[in-house]
Design a binder for this molecule. Structure first.
Ligand SMILES: *Cc1c(COP(=O)(O)O)cnc(C)c1O
Length: 240
């Protein structure tokens, strides 16, 4: 059973690795410019352990209730943990215990509570601002994220917050609105926002974009990190 699962994960990882390599080659980018983050949400700690053994170094989760026990079970592994889900302020004290990076910063109130929790836990957190490309000015996206014009102020808030630092931007290609079915256009827009951000915060150079269905478009646009779940672990039952 475990051997079968290991082989399955190894095969899937090899296929994803080929896709990333091919996308990098097509874009004239070096393979080392793109980091694979495997999104392990809904899958058990035993899979995380197998992935670590297969060489995966970055994993991501989107729900604290699942992530906290899983990260605790895997604390002996050489992994960097990314939190990529919508984050409630009442979860930040738990998340700061295991997350090394949070990709889903989308409001100042979250910066305030995350900063307080990080200081209290004696941790430093790298933070990405989640951009909702389909959100109107001043609003948030249906799947989280701040409208593009809110990015500068939120980045300044992160830079000023103790225990946190702004390291870049994250997006999910919109399922509706002007970018529906246009992942490449969405990721190109994210890159423009990222360039503006870097002019003010030079260290904020991470661009987290691209999932199982659209990692090629993200790599072509210039993403530095792709977040791949189902292509490695299998299709999740139900919502995840
Ligand atoms: C689930 C998830 C992913 C991975 O999606 P797949 O389609 O399974 O590759 C990436 N990013 C976020 C924010 C997610 O919630």
């Amino acid at each position: 059973m475990t051997t079968d699962r290991r082989t399955q994960l190894a095969d899937n990882l090899a296929r994803v690795e080929e896709r990333i390599s091919a996308a990098c080659a097509a874009a004239g980018r070096g393979r080392e410019e793109v980091t694979l983050i495997v999104v392990t949400k809904t899958y058990p700690a035993s899979d995380v352990r197998l992935l670590a053994d297969l060489g995966v170094r970055h994993v991501a989760e989107n729900r604290d209730q699942d992530a906290a026990p899983k990260a605790a079970e895997c604390s002996d592994l050489p992994l960097t943990w990314h939190f990529v889900g919508q984050l409630q302020t009442n979860k930040v004290r738990s998340v700061v215990n295991y997350a090394d990076l949070v990709h889903s910063i989308d409001r100042e109130r979250l910066v305030t509570s995350l900063s307080a929790a990080a200081v209290r836990a004696g941790r430093k957190l790298d933070c990405l601002i989640q951009v909702a490309l389909d959100a109107e000015s001043g609003e948030r996206g249906a799947r989280g994220g701040i409208a593009p014009d809110g990015v500068p102020a939120l980045a300044d808030a992160l830079a000023a917050a103790e225990g946190l630092r702004p390291v870049g931007l994250m997006t999910v290609a919109p399922l509706t609105g002007p970018y529906e079915g246009r992942a490449r256009g969405a990721f190109d827009r994210l890159m423009e926002i990222a360039t503006d951000l870097r002019a003010v915060h030079p260290a904020a150079n991470m661009v987290s974009a691209g999932m199982s269905a659209d990692l090629e478009e993200a790599v072509a646009a210039g993403a530095t990190h792709v977040r791949v779940g189902s292509a490695v672990l299998g299709v999740r039952p139900g919502l995840g």
